[in-house]
Design a protein around this ligand. Structure first.
Ligand code: PLP
Length: 380
């Protein structure tokens, strides 16, 4: 079954009892038992609900994984994975990871003896660090946030496996429509379903996909024992959003490429990052492991701080907001927003300067989006 068809049909069969084409959402915390201890498959929503299973079935298929466990947010999915580690374990991460992932390691799990080290894994020379440091887990994102570096998933998975460890890929930015980390050799593919997968900016969710029975058991355990479960209604919303992922991603990618080309030709930008622009330093690798460039574009403006702030505040169609991956365009200033929790020196060391602006290009008409940027620039 092709992606578009699976997104609509897998896990979303009409309701057996009534024939309702859209399966109902069971807004219940608990389920009546037939006899003490004998359930109809569900006992308490923290440890399972039909809406979790439906969404999980669709996501596992689309991520080309055997299993998908759903969580209350992307950070809940992150917590589920880290909660399987023990004191003394080391995680080796790509140096450019999501701000809140950096923060949860630094401010929460460090206290419990889980440590993290950062390496630039866009440079194959650094793969040797995996064998040298012997981490319990290797943690990467690709494309990275917000600089859109591309990490060679297949090569890092091989390096991790050769060193006897495992690889997690945060697949939030690419979405399963454009990239399948499990098929490229990763052990875990994690996503914030809040972003492209739901796509409508109206709820939060997360997912961890795997082929491993052992990891699947650990994720199910974390969902119920740590209390990281999503709400059934949010799963129903995410299932609804997911059905149109293919058409949305096509439009996001088409618009993003046009916006990136426009920004690249402006005199006031010093660099523009988009994996499917030929000028991207890893364009060939991007084309090898992704089927499209997704909807995020970052640009460095050669403007004083106040003018950069005015540029992004003046836009009418791009809302100034955190998050990404919704149908509506958003704009973000990482240094003062998503990455504000990372110290300035650490931030700048990985290229997040004050002039850096991240566009989450929506599915409006590209001409309107470009006209909006043009109009803001002419009113600085
Ligand atoms: C948003 C995001 C997360 C966290 O997801 P939430 O749903 O906001 O908790 C994790 N990783 C990446 C790459 C993200 O963009």
């Amino acid at each position: 079954m092709k992606f578009e068809t699976a997104a609509i049909h897998i896990g979303q069969e009409p309701d057996k009892e009534t024939g309702a084409v859209i399966p109902p959402v069971y807004l219940t915390s608990t389920f009546a038992q037939l006899e003490p201890g004998q359930t109809r498959g569900y006992d308490y929503t923290r440890s399972g609900n039909p809406a979790f299973d439906r969404l999980g079935a669709t996501l596992a298929h689309l991520e080309r994984a055997k299993y998908a466990t759903v969580f209350g947010s992307g950070m809940a999915a992150v917590t589920a994975v880290i909660s399987t580690l023990k004191s003394g374990d080391l995680v080796l991460a790509e140096e450019n990871i999501y701000g809140c992932t950096y923060r949860i390691y630094d401010k929460v799990f460090k206290k419990f003896g889980v440590t993290i080290s950062y390496v630039d894994l866009s440079d194959p020379a650094n793969y040797a660090e995996i064998a040298r440091q012997k981490p319990a887990l290797v943690w990467i994102e690709s494309p990275t946030n917000p600089l859109l570096k591309i990490i060679d998933i297949e090569a890092v998975a091989k390096a991790a496996h050769d060193a006897g460890t495992e690889l997690l890929v945060d697949n939030t930015f690419a979405s399963p429509y454009f990239q399948n980390p499990i098929a490229l050799g990763a052990d875990l593919s994690l996503s914030s379903t809040t972003k492209y997968i739901n796509g409508h900016s109206d709820c939060l969710g997360g997912v961890v996909c795997t082929n491993s029975d052992d990891w699947h058991e650990k994720m199910i355990f974390a969902q119920k024992a740590v209390g990281l479960n999503p709400s059934p209604f949010d799963c129903w919303l995410i299932s609804r959003g997911l059905k149109t992922l293919a058409v949305r991603m096509e439009q996001h990618a088409k618009n993003a490429l046009k916006v990136a080309e426009y920004l690249e030709n402006l005199a006031c930008t010093t660099s523009v990052n988009y994996p499917f622009l030929p000028s991207h330093p890893q364009h060939e690798l991007a084309k090898k492991q992704m089927r499209g460039g997704s909807g995020i574009v970052t640009a460095v403006f050669d403007l004083p701080f106040e003018k950069t702030v005015r540029l992004i505040s003046n836009l009418a169609l791009f809302s100034l907001a955190e998050s990404l991956g919704g149908i509506e365009s958003l704009i973000c200033h990482p240094a003062s927003m998503t990455h504000a929790s990372i110290p300035k020196t650490a931030r700048e060391a990985v290229g997040i300067t004050d002039g850096l602006v991240r566009f989450s290009v929506g599915i409006e008409h590209a001409d309107d989006l470009i006209a909006d940027i043009q109009s803001s620039l002419s009113n600085l």
